[in-house]
Design a protein around this ligand. Structure first.
Ligand SMILES: [Zn+2]
Ligand SMILES: [Zn+2]
Length: 469
């Protein structure tokens, strides 16, 4: 029997700078026997001066059962196609219920023009393909969390931040996984913006690399990676004046972790919401912070600023785990040298074990050098994993080893109010023994290039908490 296409919506208009940072919702009534839904958002102008000065909108689709797809792409048009058994990347395939659905446009950037009268013409179209139902294909179950993984307790390394064609990346999931295997990663989180459609491609990865289910929750006031999520998160309650509590709550309800991304990066108009701007956030509820995004010394990312914010939070008594991510969007970006990897000490390579390791702070981040230590507190207790605790306050005897150093570097001992060098080397390895260090609340290790305390970061360990408990 023939299929017919039924128009559902054809809306257009103009928005100005004042309409930015809003969620504009358009209801559509989806008819019975719909086998495919199509929506397309286009706008003009796009280019307002440069690659990083462009008007930016994103389209998402919400059905009676919740999130059904996101088109968060670069360019001057975003389109979504979802069918019962297939969807354009970004969308979730599955049965299409008749009834009220919502198309949402996030207006990320509508830039003022030279006359201070920024405007943007937009058009949103939607249609349904109605016909006989094809056999409903069961949604692919993502069994990543339960897949038994070999390994045993040791350090596992991976990338916790990457993008594909399911949002604004230029690389397929398959090619991204192949590249990760070639780089020797044990785990990989694909964190496409405001979707989980890439989760359907998590089965069938090669042995040796574990998928971490993840999504970069991308709001106007901050970006957060959520790790270990099974269902999509609704970010549309974001308000600058409030915290991200509603997002954190949705993540924790499904035992997923929340990590603040690149908190000191340039925000609008360079990158929508990339700077962490939530005026109130309950940091006791945030699990991690990405203190190293991409290459260390990129001014627009300001990793040093992110590290300073994280250190302030440690001083205030919060225990967010420092993590890293490449934030790679392409094969070309994968090839950059000195990208950070996140090393997690875990019981095995499964998603559940990797996330437990992150929860415990058993993490160091590094662009290559391997960092290990043995510490003994004044109460005689020994600690050899970041994130663990030793006796309250007092003095620390420390043995530190750094291997696979490819350039002259210095090991720094950082504790509230002081940063002291422990030792240096010209490459290869450094072995340092240091007795009677003063630790105050927490201490941690950094390995930086050269001899200055602000040299490029090569490796950074999470703190040992030298406090009661
Ligand atoms: Zn981001
Ligand atoms: Zn990202």
């Amino acid at each position: 029997m023939a299929e017919t296409t039924v128009p559902l919506l054809d809306a257009s208009g103009q928005w100005t700078h004042r309409d930015r940072h809003r969620h504009h919702e358009f209801a559509i009534d989806v008819p019975e026997r719909t086998v495919e839904l199509r929506a397309r958002l286009s706008w003009d102008p796009l280019d307002m001066g440069s690659e990083h000065e462009a008007n930016s909108l994103a389209l998402t689709l919400w059905g009676p059962d919740g999130f059904r797809g996101g088109a968060v792409r670069r360019g001057d048009a975003n389109d979504l196609v979802i069918g019962e058994s297939a969807a354009k990347p970004g969308g979730l395939p599955g049965p299409i219920q008749a009834g009220r659905w919502v198309l949402n446009i996030d207006t990320g950037l509508i830039l003022p023009d030279g006359a201070e009268a920024g405007y943007l013409s937009w058009r949103l179209e939607a249609s349904a393909v109605v016909g006989d139902r094809t056999a409903v294909v069961e949604a692919t179950s993502t069994s990543a969390a339960r897949r038994p993984e070999p390994g045993g307790p040791r350090w596992y390394r991976g990338d916790l931040h990457s993008h594909t064609t399911h949002s604004d990346g230029e690389i397929s999931v398959e090619d991204r996984v192949r590249g990760a295997v070639m780089r020797g990663l044990d785990f990989l989180a694909i964190t496409d913006h405001n979707t989980i459609s890439h989760h359907a491609e998590l089965d069938g990865w090669p042995d040796g690399i574990s998928p971490i289910r993840a999504s970069e929750i991308t709001t106007f006031h901050g970006h957060m990676n959520v790790f270990g999520l099974a269902t999509a998160i609704d970010w549309r309650g974001d308000r600058r004046g409030s915290g991200p509590a509603a997002i954190v709550e949705q993540a924790h309800r499904q035992h997923a972790l929340v990590s603040i991304n690149h908190p000191s990066a340039f925000g609008d108009p360079w990158c929508v919401g990339c700077h962490w701007d939530f005026a109130r956030a309950d940091y006791a509820t945030i699990d991690a912070m990405e203190v190293w995004n991409g290459r260390w010394a990129i001014p627009e990312t300001d990793n040093q600023g992110g590290l300073a914010l994280w250190t302030d939070l440690l001083d205030a008594g919060f225990r967010l785990t420092a993590v890293s991510g490449t934030d790679s969007h392409s094969a070309e970006e994968d090839a950059y040298v000195a990208l950070p990897m996140t090393y997690v000490h875990a019981a095995d390579r499964s998603e559940a074990s990797i996330l437990d390791g992150i929860r415990l702070g058993h993490v160091f981040v590094s662009s290559g050098p391997l960092l290990s230590f043995r510490a003994r507190g004044s109460d005689g207790r020994e600690v050899s994993l970041p994130g663990d605790s030793m006796g309250a306050g007092g003095r620390v005897d420390l043995v530190v080893d750094v291997e696979r150093l490819e350039e002259p570097a210095t090991i720094w001992f950082v504790t509230p109010g002081s940063t002291v060098p422990l030792g240096a080397g010209d490459g290869g390895q450094i072995h340092v023994t240091s007795d009677g260090l003063n630790a105050n609340g927490w201490w941690r290790l950094e390995v930086r290039a050269g001899s200055a305390a602000n040299g490029d970061m090569l490796a950074l360990a999470n703190p040992v908490y030298a406090s009661a408990g």
